[in-house]
Design a protein around this ligand. Structure first.
Ligand code: ADP
Ligand code: ZN
Ligand code: ZN
Length: 741
């Protein structure tokens, strides 16, 4: 037996793996992830290494292969635990060990030192308050916002200010000129929040909050570790609960990881954690360079921080004594990795917690089917918070049947009711969000006579119309002039099928000329930071109406919004994806949660062509239970996750003929080795997008009641693919219980 051992895990090229012989006495004990002592180099220095995998064959000259000296006993190195986690992920999700290692290990990359800037407040408390009052009186909102932040934390990270607080350079300059602040630079990375004031206002928890906090604390202090699902409506105070629970864990000398989808990681959220944990908290986001990320990871490893907040990848923070993992907005699809290994953060968190004796708290207003299913099975402990913490009411929801609107002669995208309510809110100087439940852009071009849809010649997706008469492909960027005649039948009745956000913006402007309208979609957020700029402009009440795609409904708190319109609410029901009902329910519930976050109650209008669909009905009634019952019945009937398990085998190749042949062989292979195993094979089929940048794609689905069955099948297929040269030109990946196909 031989073992693959990596020596330098901080090196970018993790593929530098050495083979060692396993001595007889260690054979039964040795597992991937273990730390071992090995002789290395010419002098056979005894150094530490980590076993990544075991094999029966040796790829090198047998006489030159050295032997492992020993297993590093009592090793508690966090690296060993992360490597074991990588081995588990490779097993669960497929791919290579290298890919898994690169996912879990903080890797040092050579990088030029970057100059860090920060802002320092120069005024005294009194002067600051005076200045603040002045800005507020003059309605200089950005200046006031920046000064307020500085009063709270006299030294602020420059990036944090420009990106998260959305203060532009001219505003910073203006305050600098007025002697309010100084811009400072420093070479080394310093914790930007060191000076943040730790001001814990006493907060009286609601009964529902107390129930969760006490339940958790009792378990935790008795040494009970488990996974909790916190199902709490938007505004029920989940974040406050997380912070209290984290405190319990930190007080025990342990550390906590908090996963928050990047889009919800707003300045406000970050500051709440800073106020609670001061400089013992660290934040990760995708804007950090590889070097900064590595620094953060090393600070965590050295015990300089107790709480790490970040998106999916923060899950692998090398804390020496992990006590808790919180996953907020647990249902978000971004928790599933799109890269191999295609892991789900929830599943990996539960596994890591089990191994490291930590607990997991999952939170959501609309728990995923997976999480609720496990809670119902008793695997997770369920807690519910049904009321908003300030006793604000949930919004009133109206459903409008757009078929009836048409019958009544209203051909507009906006129903009568929505138009009336918009008028009303504009008069009351309150804000409105109009959410189009589909990807942005204008609609596709189709022929009304023959039904032909104009598609991209490279990607096989419909082209979208842009202003200026162009048709554009959203996958590869291909462009062509807008057609005026059907390329198939020559008919002149060819045109745009449905409105996109741009048309809605134009239409709203025409119908309500007095309104100031902002639009947020893929088109208007292409530029760096434009996403945040639009949101902050809206937060500053620089606009009355925000029109946008689903990106506007995620986790933003606009107290002045009292009306939300969900246009074409059922559009997302028609994607060919078994999660479309769940996705629709989540989006509409989230959209409804945006209305009435301030003092005034909110209203929501759901416009639909399918008001009887259970996902629409349940979101209109804001009834999660009703939705869950219907949806789980459907999943169960169809054998879809979470009731059964689904593995997608994704194959891609430039040569379509070769690809089809390979898929045929793969399917035959599965059927041949299937034996008595309970599994269903579907396909090969063309996925929604069956060609991207001239690379063809096919997918084979395998369904099985047991996850394990699929893992075993995956292993055998990986071997089969490796030894058959016919697959060499093929890229084959596995996706377990896929989210976005
Ligand atoms: P969620 O995460 O469930 O949407 P948050 O924790 O963000 O809810 O709470 C919503 C708002 O209510 C926040 O401003 C929070 O500070 C406040 N809040 C939460 N719990 C309480 C409480 N017990 N007393 C007063 N304010 C609270
Ligand atoms: Zn035609
Ligand atoms: Zn294309």
């Amino acid at each position: 037996m031989f073992a693959d051992v990596i020596v330098d895990i901080q090196h970018e090229k993790l593929d530098k793996i050495f083979q060692y012989r396993i001595p007889e006495r260690l054979k039964d004990e040795l597992h991937p992830g273990m730390e071992v002592i090995i002789p290395f180099g010419k002098g056979n220095r005894q150094i530490k290494g980590y076993v990544t995998s075991l094999s029966e064959t040796c790829n090198y000259d047998l006489s030159k292969v050295k032997e492992i000296t020993d297993i590093s006993r009592n090793s508690v190195a966090i690296e060993a635990r992360l490597i074991a986690l990588a081995a588990w992920m490779k097993e669960q999700y497929g791919g290579t060990m290298i890919q898994a290692l690169k996912t879990v290990l903080p890797i040092k990359q050579k990088e030029n030192a970057k100059v860090k800037k920060h802002l320092r407040l120069l005024l005294t408390e009194e002067e600051s308050q005076e200045k603040l009052a002045f800005y507020q009186k003059k309605n200089q909102k950005a200046r006031a916002r920046l000064l307020e932040a500085l009063i709270e934390a006299p030294i602020l990270d420059y990036e944090l200010v420009t990106k998260k607080l959305n203060v532009t350079l001219p505003v910073i300059r203006a305050l600098e000129e007025q002697g309010v602040l100084k811009i400072e630079s420093e070479q080394v990375y310093r914790n930007p929040v060191k000076q943040a004031k730790k001001s814990q206002q006493e907060i009286i928890y609601t009964e529902e909050q107390q129930h969760v906090i006490q339940g958790f604390r009792q378990d935790y202090l008795c040494g009970i570790r488990r996974t909790y699902l916190l199902h709490g409506v938007t505004g029920s105070g989940k974040t406050e609960v997380y912070m209290e629970i984290i405190r319990t864990v930190v007080d025990q000398g342990k550390q906590a990881i908090v996963l928050i989808p990047e889009i919800a990681l707003t300045y406000q959220t970050v500051m709440r954690f800073y106020r609670c944990f001061g400089d013992r908290v660290s934040i990760m986001n995708s804007r950090l360079s590889a070097g900064e990320r590595y620094d953060q990871m090393m600070r965590a490893k050295k015990g300089e921080v107790d709480v790490m907040i970040g998106p999916r990848s923060a899950l692998f923070t090398p804390f020496p004594d992990l006590g808790l993992i919180v996953i907020d907005e647990e249902h978000e699809p971004t928790y599933k990795s799109e890269q191999v290994p295609r892991y789900h953060a929830r599943e990996v968190a539960v596994h890591r917690a089990e191994v490291e004796d930590a607990s997991v708290v999952l939170g959501s207003a609309t728990p995923s089917m997976e999480a609720m299913y496990r809670a119902r099975l008793g695997e997770y402990q369920l807690y519910e918070m049904k009321n908003r913490s300030h006793m604000q009411q949930m919004a009133t929801v109206y459903t409008v049947d757009m078929r009836k609107e048409l019958k009544n002669g209203n051909r507009s995208i906006l129903s009568e009711r929505l138009q009336e309510l918009i008028e009303d809110r504009l008069n009351a100087k309150e804000q409105i969000m109009l959410f189009l439940n589909r990807r942005g852009y204008s609609g596709f071009i189709s022929c009304r006579e023959c039904g032909h849809v104009v598609k991209c010649p490279h990607c096989n997706v419909s082209l979208s119309v842009h202003k200026g008469g162009k048709m554009v492909c959203h996958y590869c960027g291909y462009e062509q002039p807008k057609v005026t005649e059907c390329p198939e039948c020559g008919s002149r009745y060819i045109g745009e099928f449905r409105a996109g956000t741009q048309q809605i913006e134009d239409m709203v402007k025409a119908r309500f000329p007095q309104a100031r309208v902002l639009r947020m979609d893929m088109d208007t957020t292409k530029k760096k930071d434009s996403h945040e700029q639009i949101l902050s402009a809206f937060a500053n009440e620089e606009a009355d109406i925000l029109v946008g795609t689903q990106m506007i409904v995620k986790g933003h708190d606009f107290p002045k919004v009292t009306l939300v319109g969900a246009l074409a609410a059922d559009m997302s029901l028609y994607t060919d994806d078994y999660r479309s009902g769940e996705r629709t329910f989540q989006l509409l519930t989230q959209a409804a949660g945006r209305a009435g976050r301030g003092d005034r109650p909110g209203e929501v209008v759901i416009q639909t062509y399918d008001p009887e669909h259970y996902a629409i009905e349940a979101s209109a009634a804001q009834d999660y239970e009703a939705f869950y019952e219907k949806e789980i019945r459907y999943r169960s009937l169809m054998g879809y996750p979470p009731v059964e398990n689904l593995m997608a085998v994704l194959a891609a190749c430039e040569d379509e003929v070769l690809l089809e042949k390979a898929c045929k062989y793969l399917k035959e292979y599965i059927l041949r080795i299937k034996g008595q195993a309970q599994l269903d094979v579907i396909g090969p089929a063309s996925p929604g997008v069956d060609k991207i940048k001239d690379i063809y794609r096919r997918v084979i689905y395998v369904k099985a009641p047991e996850y394990r069955t699929l893992v075993v099948l995956k292993d055998r297929m990986e071997q089969y693919i490796e030894i058959n040269s016919g697959f060499q030109k093929m890229r084959i990946q596995f996706d377990f219980n896929p989210m976005n196909l």
